[in-house]
Design a protein around this ligand. Structure first.
Ligand code: ADP
Length: 198
């Protein structure tokens, strides 16, 4: 059986040839439902790798395949939480969570009709990360750690098969970090593949 994520001799340079490629001749394979950690110093290419896997960037050389298909557009089956939560400040937290559903099929088509059910799902996710009742607040009314957890919920709202996390514990206190790892363990036990960059 082929691996779920297959990166084969991938090279990506952002600009001119004078600079070293951000990722060079990289090969990794990850099985379905596996928990993987990519660890390395700042600037070694972790975020670039995440963007390559999720179809936000494409390599100049090599292949990226996920779930048996070459990645040639942003992946719908992946959820991604960035180092910086990047919540839209003019949308309430719950509306930020629902954002991927406005883009990803089949949710996009169902969202209007099944609004109540989707809102309930978002509220339940917020509850799992200790943010019960915070959906009605704007992101800027939440602390950095709370925003980080809300952005994780946004990455999970469309129930991705693969969750990509870029330094998810940056800015979290030890209690919030422990809570986050507990949640990741639960997700992993539920079959979600997780790639964590740190
Ligand atoms: P990490 O996530 O490990 O800190 P990155 O993937 O963000 O590393 O960056 C890898 C290299 O690519 C660094 O040298 C960085 O400066 C460069 N880089 C990252 N993003 C861009 C970009 N958008 N444009 C040009 N260079 C970039």
């Amino acid at each position: 059986m082929n691996p779920f994520v297959e990166i084969e001799n991938v090279t990506l340079s952002y600009s001119d040839e004078l600079r070293e490629p951000a990722v060079q001749d990289l090969s990794i394979s990850i099985e379905e439902g596996e928990f993987s950690a990519v660890v390395g110093p700042s600037g070694c290419g972790k975020s670039t790798l995440m963007k390559l896997v999720t179809g936000l960037l494409f390599p100049q050389a090599g292949k990226v395949r996920v779930d048996g298909a070459q990645v040639d557009s942003p992946l719908k089956i992946a959820g991604m939480a960035f180092q910086n939560p990047v919540m839209l400040p003019w949308r309430k937290t719950l509306e930020n969570l629902l954002l991927p559903l406005e883009i990803v099929s089949p949710h996009r088509e169902r969202l209007r009709k099944e609004k109540k059910a989707y809102h309930q799902q978002a509220e339940e996710l917020l509850k799992t990360v200790g943010l019960e009742g915070c959906g009605d607040q704007y992101p800027w009314q939440l602390s950095g750690g709370m925003q980080q957890r809300a952005s994780l919920c946004r990455a999970l709202i469309h129930e991705p098969k693969l969750l990509m996390l870029d330094e998810p514990t940056v800015g979290l206190d030890p209690v919030a970090t422990a809570d986050l790892y507990r949640l990741l363990r639960e997700l992993r036990n539920g079959g979600t593949g997780i790639v964590l960059c740190s």
